[in-house]
Design a protein around this ligand. Sequence first.
Ligand code: 5AD
Ligand code: FES
Length: 348
Amino acid sequence: MTERIIALIERLSAEHRLSEAEYAELITCPEAAPMLSERAVDARRAIYGDAVYTRGLIEISNICKNDCLYCGIRRSNGDVARYRLSPEEILACAEEGYGLGFRTFVMQGGEDAHFTDDVLCGIVGAIKARFPDCAVTLSMGERSRDSYQRLFDAGADRYLLRHETADAAHYARLHPPEMSFTNRMRCLRDLREIGYQVGCGFMVGSPFQTPGTLAEDLKFIETFKPEMCGIGPFIPHHATPFGDRPAGTLGQTLMLLSIIRLIHPSVLLPATTALGTIHPRGRELGILAGANVVMPNLSPTGVRKQYELYDNKICTGDESAQCRQCLDRRMRDIGYRLVVDRGDFKTI
Ligand code: 5AD
Ligand code: FES
């Protein structure tokens, strides 16, 4: 590693920012990974110690009006058996999750017109009433500002909406013409202004991604200052236009986790299921590179296989309790502990 790269990492650790050109330089230097992860782990440890937060993910619907080119549940994939959970089924998942020690529930789904504001507010309100000590996170795609406001008023605490790429031209190559980068960014700004804890994020190794677009992603994250940031490798899904593209790599994903930790030392950063899918110890390696959140699946086992955004997704055959225990053990094995806590963002 050159003196220059060492100096860049020192400056990133101290000042939490670099220029886009410098981000691109760092990303393209794999030898920087060990020093980046060492600094990232130090930064995280100073704020969160050895705690790993956990969120129970409930995949409430795989019905989606969108046709994102990378996604296995895009509307034009006719091979998917579509499902949506009833409010009772969602509550039952949360009930089971509460018993397993989850204090945050993430409801994620496609953009399914069935989930009107009234329907979704009813579910959010019911979860908050039943589990007042829990946080509710929504990950239900693009909605109007008024809709986000109503869901917030109904009790939703956090919202995850990956920006997917901060480069408008790149965005246009990953999405059909009817989807707009401008609207995506509008959503993120509305969510922020309303008062949500907001999560953005992107796939590592998505088709047409370059060091330049990744540098734009990092600059966006640096300036938007999300409370959460979801990144994981792109993994091809066989029934999509990107079915024969290569997956994102473990090394690059880990390096980006470390850089994002250094940009925002207190960010909530999951070691994602996609990372666990491309490598058997992907999630552990993610934590060791600076992540501090895991999001095991609480969806009913019967539908898990149907929420397949990419091929070979892990944990689709396991019970919620198995995933919880599995992750407990995996974290203990690397010297961390899963905590029973809402796992709120810490301001420093
Ligand atoms: N590989 C990895 N991640 C994917 N996502 C969608 N499709 C894929 C894929 N093929 C991610 C997107 C989306 C999130 C819910 O899942 O970034 O925002
Ligand atoms: Fe699901 Fe390991 S986390 S089986």
